[in-house]
Ligand binder design. Structure first.
Ligand code: 3PG
Length: 206
């Protein structure tokens, strides 16, 4: 099954910021225990690649790298075991690196121009970011109208209360968000708490 399809089936993509590599294994286990075996580990911390490498030991986990903004990070993510790449905005450099290395890319888009740049490189599932700040569902509907073949993964300001309205749209494959993996719980080592929040999130979208 394609990565796009697996993400569409899961409906949610937890956006993760790991500050301590020791959190990587228990986090992977917490997400798998919740029935949400998918992670976007962001390159917002120096240990992102190390965390991805540890999490790649969990073969049931669909593992991607987020906040990827250059070709070097694409290589680091691939070497660590990531199978997909996400960035906040469309990056020609990241796009080229993904095409060359055979990784799936979900580029961020915030305008029709971004959508067309992504389309020109062949990417058809795009991260609408930052979704809420850009007008949410209303903007997404307007973006979707001219591009019937495009699917979206909105992210940014999405939470348990508003995720349902995005997933109602046929163009929306899944929603991303950090609310499923609160940094506070991770810092406290409360991985059972993360499993509970991820389960609650899944219940909302079933
Ligand atoms: C991302 O990079 O996808 C976002 O920072 C996630 O946005 P959120 O924290 O509002 O969920």
């Amino acid at each position: 099954m394609s990565i796009e399809q697996q993400i569409a089936d899961l409906k949610l993509v937890p956006v993760i910021k790991i500050t301590d590599p020791a959190h990587a294994a228990p986090l992977a286990e917490a997400l798998i225990a919740a029935g949400l075996p998918v992670a976007e580990v962001t390159f917002r911390t120096d240990c992102a690649a190390e965390a991805i490498k540890i999490m790649s030991n969990y073969k049931d986990l669909l593992l991607g790298a987020g906040t990827v903004i250059n070709a070097q990070q694409v290589e680091e993510a691939k070497n660590a075991g990531a199978t997909f790449i996400i960035s906040p905005g469309f990056s020609p450099e990241v796009s080229k690196a993904c095409l060359e290395s055979g990784l799936i890319y979900f580029p961020g888009i915030a305008s029709p121009r971004d959508i067309q740049d992504a389309l020109a490189d062949g990417w058809k599932t795009l991260k609408f970011f930052p979704a809420e700040a850009l007008g949410g569902v209303k903007t997404l509907k307007a973006f979707a109208a001219p591009y019937p073949g495009i699917k979206f993964v909105p992210t940014g300001g999405i939470n348990a209360d508003n995720v349902g309205q995005y997933l109602e749209l046929p163009q929306v494959q899944a929603c991303g968000g950090s609310w499923m993996v609160p940094n506070k719980l991770m810092d406290e080592g409360d991985f059972a708490g993360i499993t509970e929040i991820a389960k609650e999130a899944l219940n909302k979208v079933k």
